[in-house]
Design a protein around this ligand. Sequence first.
Ligand code: SAH
Ligand code: SF4
Ligand code: F3S
Length: 479
Amino acid sequence: MKEVLLLEKSRHVPAEEILRQWDFIRLMREENDARIASGRLPLVACTRTFGCQQNENDTERINGMLEQMGFDFTDSPESADLVLFNTCAIRDHAEQKVYGTVGALAPLKKTAPDKIIALCGCMVQQPAVARTIRSKYRHVDLLFGPHALHRFPENLYRVYTKRGCVIDNEPSDGMIAEDLPIRREDKTRAWVTIMSGCNNFCTYCIVPHVRGRERSRDPKAVLREVKELIEAGYRDITLLGQNVNSYCNDLEIDYDFSDLLREIDALDGDFTVRFMTSHPKDASEKLIDTIAAGRHLSHHIHLPVQSGSDRILNLMNRRYTREDYLKLIRYAKERISDVVFTSDIIVGFPTETEEDFEDTLALVREVEYDGLYTFIYSPRKGTPAAEMEQIPDEVKGNRYRRLCDLQSELSLQANQRLVGTVQTVLVTGINEKDPSLCDGRTDGNKLVHFPGNYPAGTTLSVRIDRAFNWGMLGSVSEA
Ligand code: SAH
Ligand code: SF4
Ligand code: F3S
């Protein structure tokens, strides 16, 4: 029996409600047991995630609930009794991908009407999208938003026993649900969601509209989960939140994200901790000092800048200036000699001029990021930027290519600087295309391929022999 944590009631889904969901898990398990007793196979689920790591982590919770219900798992929708897509609303492209994939299931549902098709996640939380799915994708049986994740057992049981469509996407500022089971994808690397929601309302972004306000998990609950992961042999742990730097700002306690990092760092074991994402307006020198002093804290910092132009940053409501950002980068480079920075950048934000864009290019050159996630601005209904003056698609496309070309050059240079050095590399698995190679990640989270056959989770010293813009080739210098 797990130690029972005394969690503040007002922010948490009540324990009785979680226990009620466990009852539905048991009822589904009985359905599966009855199938097995009558000589049939247990139910099979095919789940797929679109979007960010937080969504990946949510799917791991869904898979955990399904596993407890006795489900088996498959990658093929054809052979599954339940097909579930956890969706993302961040850009139009992400939504179109989901519509395409769901649309393609219609013929399958015709030939196998008992197959349950479920859609969940951020797209479903938007009422207009849920309506579109109801009217145009009538083969979908279950729709639920991120706030209803913990009610999945009850909703699935309703669909399974009564059929008909179930929709659970009431708006909410959200509650924290502890003690849901989890089935993790990887045995070496794990996600730990430390907070949900976002209060920042960047003018382009849909996340605060679909994920509700910031809610921090209790530090005791986070520490317990991290300890369990270390004990279970996980080597690489990523703390997740839309803005981890405001961790605990919603609680009336004198405790912040750096304090959490320090407490995790004090745990013994062979592990590395990373985090995503850090909002520059709240990233502090204290945070950098904590990382510099850490034993287990990765020197890779993902710090999304979005734009290098003060005018655009202001229109985006990011609440920092280019100089604030660069000051923090300079401080980190002084304090942590091997710090690695990556970032997110949006090109083609409304009214962005050539001069604004050149400010972004100059900032990218100055920081010398090791890698960038680059996005073409996509208007999201209901956000202020969607109402601003848009710029033509060709201009956006052209800027996007120029930024990618620059980053590709910088990534190559950053990787070339490591040629001849020996890096500590965590093996993540055998290479899919060439089984004579292993895949691994450096502390800076860079991809390395090297000959050999080592189990995932092993730490090796690897000499870097060749550099590319996507990663490096190396050879094991010491196992
Ligand atoms: N909370 C994180 C970002 C989460 S969304 C942060 O603030 O850093 C991941 C990335 O998607 C963002 O950093 C941004 O670069 C991009 N993004 C968000 N909304 C977008 C939009 N409407 N169009 C294009 N890119 C967008
Ligand atoms: Fe979106 Fe801004 Fe919140 Fe990140 S901080 S999730 S970009 S609103
Ligand atoms: Fe997408 Fe929702 Fe994450 S919109 S990026 S899945 S929080």
